[in-house]
Design a binder for this molecule. Sequence first.
Ligand SMILES: [Zn+2]
Length: 248
Amino acid sequence: MVTLGTAAGPVVRSPRRGIATGVVVDGDLYLVDCGLGVVRQIAETELPVNRLRAVLLTHLHSDHIAELPALLLYNWGTQVGGFGEPFPIIGPGSAGALPEGARPVVAPPAPGTAELVRNLMSAYAYDINVRTHDEARPPLDELVRPTDIALPRGIAAGPRADLAPEMEPFEVYRDDKVRIRASLVHHPPVFPSYGFRIETPHGVVAAGAGRCEGAPAGPAAVRRVNGTPRSSQQDRTALVFRSPALTG
Ligand SMILES: [Zn+2]
């Protein structure tokens, strides 16, 4: 696991980069959140973005997603050493409503991950269309597969109710390398906010929405579940898990 950035925002107060975490499992990359600076951090740490398997978004606060457009546009296609295979962007669905008393100033008021990504594609349509034609880039909309996380039935949670009731983590993604489970975390007033549990053959990593501006301290910050927390992008040994068993 490599902590690419830890700075909450949306404001720049230090040289620290915005919130993002990379997890490399047997050469494949899983990325949690896309804060400001994530593109340069991925390049400087030489994370294998050409083997990007999934992007996970804990919640839709801008300090966790501000550089999602640049992540896609600066790593688009094998021509630039970027991704050439489809991958999901997995994140919160629509909140359904704003917090109590909030007046919508932009419509629609609460888009989820899928709508957010669709809107990004529309916003950058000219660039995407030109480069697809002029540079033979692969169709970006076929590579990027946004997915709204659906809460299991029976979870009594909502933007104006309990934001994060007790719940068992539920599966949101699985491939040949990892299983990823999510559960709601308390990050008022944002709903939904998720913590992720990334289960690999080498160990388990947890990452969640615990470090935003104004967020209460909680157990959801990025950490290694089995081992000493590591946070230096220079320390490539952080990519190696040493814990033995995949749990759960
Ligand atoms: Zn937040």
